[in-house]
Design a protein around this ligand. Structure first.
Ligand SMILES: NC(=O)c1ccc[n+]([C@@H]2O[C@H](COP(=O)([O-])OP(=O)(O)OC[C@H]3O[C@@H](n4cnc5c(N)ncnc54)[C@H](OP(=O)(O)O)[C@@H]3O)[C@@H](O)[C@H]2O)c1
Length: 255
């Protein structure tokens, strides 16, 4: 069995790290010298294995965020290898492109909507619950959530995508409740829309989108790793003491 090693490097957990934004965030953190536990959902997908061959500080952890058992097993595995986790990036997410875009005059697929809720809304909550004891000893205690502009009720203009949009709205509320409980105990939060990315949510790489995931990861990490409490440009507003949904251009979105 692997022994818990006190680590001098900062330590991150990234979910949905096989491809897309999660994979790009994992690579960017490793390049900055972080130790990364990468949630692996698609063992057949090669990129994480290739990264692991380059970076000894990368550990792959089987992780299906929709499964209680998988998330609990991942937390046990990380606890055997590390004394703490400083940063969690909840990135795993799903979309159902073939059914979710249907108008209300077409047949809805409620099983697919449930799947999006299980992954997009409840997955991050499940991960935080299971990993909280590992984050507790960290000085940083940073919890990051990849949400979406699609979850904003105030700015909603779509007329369908019931499952995806509602799952991200539900995520935003779950993060708000976590924030209310954990911010007074020193936890810091990032709730984030990463931009429109050339990733695999629709089943194949979306070449029509505007951002490479590597570009999106640079902007995201800029926000995730920055201390927002003491930014003179934001004063007197303080992003650490209020929960903000921000996008990749730094723009605040209403909930
Ligand atoms: N792409 C965009 O333009 C965009 C815009 C706004 C927000 N986002 C958000 O950004 C995040 C990353 O998405 P992405 O664009 O990088 O998509 P992606 O390329 O599909 O990456 C998401 C990864 O999560 C994995 N995953 C799916 N279900 C999972 C589960 N139950 N447990 C763990 N991992 C799971 C996916 O595997 P499979 O491929 O097998 O499903 C995939 O490897 C998501 O939360 C998404 O909602 C994306």
């Amino acid at each position: 069995m692997t022994q818990t090693q006190p680590s001098t490097e900062p330590i991150a957990l990234v979910t949905g790290a096989d491809r897309g934004l999660g994979q790009a965030l994992t690579a960017a953190l490793l390049a900055r010298g972080w130790r990364v536990f990468a949630g692996q959902y698609m063992p057949e997908w090669p990129q994480l294995g290739e990264l692991a061959a380059t970076y000894p500080l990368l550990s792959l952890v089987p992780l299906d965020v929709s499964s209680d058992e998988s998330v609990a097993a991942a937390a046990r595995s990380v606890a055997q290898q590390a004394d703490r986790v400083d940063l969690i990036i909840n990135c795993a997410g799903v979309l159902s492109p073939h059914t979710d875009g249907r108008s209300i005059r077409e047949e809805q697929d409620y099983d697919e909507m449930h799947r999006m809720y299980r992954v997009n809304a409840l997955g991050p909550l499940r991960v935080v619950e299971a990993f909280l004891p590992l984050v507790e000893p960290s000085a940083l205690k940073r919890l990051c959530f990849i949400s979406s502009e699609a979850g904003s009720i105030n700015r909603a203009e779509r007329t369908s995508w019931f499952g995806y949009c509602s799952s991200k709205t539900a995520l935003n509320m779950a993060v708000r409740l976590l924030f209310n409980r954990l911010r007074p105990r020193g936890y810091t939060f990032r709730l984030y829309h990463p931009g429109w990315m050339r990733t695999y949510m629709s089943g194949q790489r979306n070449e029509a989108a505007t951002l490479e995931p590597e570009q999106a990861a640079v902007s995201a990490l800029g926000y995730f790793l920055q201390d927002r409490g003491y930014d003179p440009h934001l004063a007197p507003r303080n992003d650490e003491d209020r929960l903000v949904l921000r996008d990749n251009r730094g723009v605040e979105w209403p909930f």
